[in-house]
Write a protein that binds this ligand. Structure first.
Ligand code: SF4
Ligand code: SF4
Length: 237
């Protein structure tokens, strides 16, 4: 599998399954045969996920990417052996960090839920091309990752502006928009991962979605959610 195809979700799934570490062998930077150069993206993703592991209390050394060609079996062997040695030094996942299995499961689930948001919030950096392998440890900082997990903001649909075009509901990655034909749409705040996609895709002629700090206003009661009825009311005025 191309290293650029390795998703953040694969790494989280490995740790959920109790794996002590994840090693990725990628082609040398600048030697990808395709214009996509997915190995740069793989390196960026690993740098981000190292900070995410740190945020949830796991040793970031549990994730490693090394670069090699298909002809460098010796490099592969040495890299894997060095990684296994590192992992043995760290110890079993969670236990070595003093994180109970149930708590680790909860933290990993939180990260998994946030992956679509992490991809959007970090998209420019994730798509960048860092030259060389070293010196990039703080390309993503623990501070910015922490903020992305803890910043208190919400997205809210203004019932006065929503025209039930369904665009936000179709584009939401976690089905957090309560959608029905000709009904004002509502964001389920418990399901929403604050990715901002709905905010970006709501047509400019409606601009019905706002980003706001703190609690959002309550949704309109069920008998006041019909968009058609509201339009008729407006025409009758
Ligand atoms: S995209 Fe905007 S106008 Fe369309 S349903 Fe969503 S909130 Fe309403
Ligand atoms: S911000 Fe919008 S698109 Fe993103 S999860 Fe929340 S409701 Fe869905």
């Amino acid at each position: 599998m191309c290293s650029g195809r390795v998703d953040m979700g694969f790494i989280i799934r490995a740790f959920e399954n109790g794996i002590d570490g994840v090693f990725m062998g990628a082609c040398h930077l600048g030697e990808c045969n395709y214009i996509t150069h997915g190995n740069y993206q793989a390196q960026n993703m690993v740098l981000l996920m190292k900070r995410v592991l740190e945020y949830i209390g796991l040793n970031p050394e549990r994730l490693r990417i090394n670069f090699m060609s298909g002809a460098e079996a010796n490099v592969f062997t040495e890299s894997v052996n060095a990684f296994v040695k590192t992992l043995k030094g760290i110890g079993p996942v969670g236990k070595a960090e003093g994180v109970e299995p149930a708590e680790l499961k909860k933290r990993l689930a939180e990260v998994k839920k946030k992956i679509p948001y992490l991809k959007i919030a970090n998209r420019e950096k994730l798509a960048g091309r860092l030259e060389g392998h070293d010196g990039h440890e703080n390309y993503f900082t623990l501070e910015e990752v922490t903020k992305q997990f803890t910043e208190p903001f919400s997205y809210w649909i203004d019932p006065e502006k929503c025209q039930a075009c369904t665009t936000c509901a179709r584009r939401c990655p976690v089905d957090a928009v309560i959608s029905a034909k000709q009904q004002i749409h509502i964001i389920d705040q418990d399901k929403c991962i604050r990715c901002g996609t709905c905010f970006e895709v709501c047509p400019p002629k409606f601009r019905a979605i706002s980003k706001m700090e703190g609690a959002v206003p309550p949704p309109p009661p069920p008998d006041q959610r019909a968009v058609v009825k509201k339009a008729k009311e407006a025409a009758a005025e």
